[in-house]
Design a protein around this ligand. Structure first.
Ligand SMILES: *[C@@H]1O[C@H](CO)[C@@H](O)[C@H](O)[C@H]1NC(C)=O
Ligand SMILES: *[C@@H]1O[C@H](CO)[C@@H](O)[C@H](O)[C@H]1NC(C)=O
Length: 448
């Protein structure tokens, strides 16, 4: 009798012990629909569906594809990317490996931290509106792999990236420079001042461009990004299986300064503060190694933007209509000569040029705000989560700690099948980023 009592107690204890390790018996998490104010930015969301189409048509993003994406593209696997998960409204850094050494990634850790702060901002803004999802972002300047268009291809990886051409399978996200260069406060909020302080008639009728002379990196088989020099001269040199380098900026610098100073003020050596660009009527944008984020800054100046038609694009570029918001120049299959034609046209059509300048500026003011970008991310996560073939929390049998709940921190994911690294973002920044790079946080300029 006594023995049996003991045995029973043992079972009860065992059960109690087991029960405390189970996730709390909450109902399956369902993200709330996006808040209504995000509806006003509908037009900017178009790139999301375009980018996800490849995955939708190929059976969706499976756990196996996600595992391969993580093992090919994240820091845990010695690549310049990071994997992130949203589980029941909270954001985590995740990986398939147990340890992540940040030191070798230097400057990329700064970029990841800027993005992680965006994720924390989204968690705070949207919380229960965030769907369960996991994804990988990569921060080198250019996409490397071309889309494999064969039916059933298993080597297209859904990597989040700020720039690509139509030939790549990556998924476009806002550039980290929006957040690191105070785009809202120092640019969008100053549009009135830019227009007032340097009225259109006071601006010089020259096309100005300032840049570091980085070579352009393109994939040798990317039909959208090949570049030619003046007179149709060959410009790109193939240096590897997935790399050709085109000295686009160097070429422009030499060509403009040798023959065209009457229309072009181009330099790779003389820097110019961003707000001085408003002293010129025409702003020439040329991409760098890959897509250059300077375009979004130039658009706020109230001057006419002449944009190199490089083939690289950002998440909002479909909104930019040629001849309405900017003038495209240096197109695929031709040299830079049409820059001169654009300047001549603008000089002869001053009012129209001014109208295009203001339309470009207004487009930025409407669609590139801090709020519009936050809504873009939310909408991206929703469409992306719907492209996953699995609910990560269910699939990974994620265990949540009740302790966080008791301490008012909300439930915290503490274990997930298939992930050997799992840490709330705030703790990752504190424990991993700050201990590896002690000055990074105090030196990082960041705003939403
Ligand atoms: C593209 O995918 C197909 C189908 O899986 C595969 O046979 C082929 O090798 C892939 N092509 C390249 C260039 O990797
Ligand atoms: C989650 O748990 C179920 C039931 O124990 C198991 O069959 C499944 O393999 C687990 N999921 C993963 C990803 O390990």
């Amino acid at each position: 009798m006594r023995g049996m009592h003991h045995a029973l107690r043992g079972v009860v204890l065992l059960l109690a012990c087991f029960a405390s390790n189970l996730p709390p018996a909450t109902a399956r998490y369902q993200a709330k629909p996006p808040p209504e104010f995000c509806d006003q930015y509908e037009a900017v969301y178009k790139s999301i569906d375009q980018d996800l189409e490849l995955y939708r048509n190929n059976g969706g993003i499976t756990p196996e594809l996600m595992a391969r994406t993580m093992s090919l593209h994240t820091a845990g696997n010695r690549e310049k990317g990071l994997a992130v998960g949203f589980y029941n409204g909270r954001v985590y850094v995740i990986d398939t490996v147990r340890r992540m050494k940040l030191k070798p990634f230097g400057h990329h850790v700064t970029l990841w931290t800027a993005y992680l702060k965006v994720m924390l901002d989204l968690q705070q803004r949207f919380g229960a509106h965030l769907p369960n999802a996991e994804f990988v972002w990569h921060t080198i300047d250019r996409p490397v792999r071309l889309t494999n268009a064969s039916a059933g291809a298993r080597d297209n990886y859904p990597v989040f990236r700020f720039g690509k051409s139509a030939a790549h399978p990556d998924i476009l996200i806002p550039n980290f420079h929006f957040y690191m260069k105070a785009y809202q406060r120092k640019f969008l909020d100053k549009i009135k001042a830019f227009n007032r302080d340097t009225p259109w008639p006071d601006r010089a009728p020259l096309a100005v461009a300032r840049f570091s002379a980085y070579g352009r990196y393109v994939h040798p088989r990317d039909p959208h990004c090949q570049r030619l020099g003046a007179g149709g001269a060959a410009l790109c040199k193939v240096t590897g299986r997935s790399t050709a380098i085109c000295p686009v900026r160097q070429h422009l610098h030499e060509w403009a300064n040798a023959h065209h100073r009457d229309r072009l003020d181009v330099s790779k050596d003389r820097l110019m503060p961003m707000d001085h660009h408003a002293r010129y009527k025409y702003l020439l944008h040329v991409d760098g190694q890959g897509l250059s984020s300077k375009l979004e800054f130039l658009l706020t100046m109230g001057s006419l933007v002449l944009k190199e038609d490089s083939g690289y694009r950002a998440y909002y570029h479909h909104l930019l209509e040629p001849g309405v918001h900017f003038l495209p120049v240096w197109k695929n299959g031709a040299g830079p000569e049409d820059i001169l034609e654009a300047v001549d046209w603008a000089r002869q059509h001053d009012q129209q040029a001014h109208r295009i300048a203001l339309a470009g500026q207004q487009l930025a003011a409407r669609y590139l705000t801090s709020e519009a970008r936050a809504c873009f991310w939310l909408r991206l996560f929703q469409a992306y989560a719907a492209t996953l073939t699995y609910d990560p929390v269910q699939y990974r049998n994620i265990t949540f700690s009740a302790e966080g709940e008791r301490e008012g921190r909300g439930e915290e994911a503490v274990a997930a099948a298939g992930l050997r690294f799992l840490k709330p973002v705030a703790r990752f920044i504190e424990e991993d980023v700050a201990t590896t790079f002690p000055l990074l946080l105090s030196e990082l300029e960041w705003e939403p």
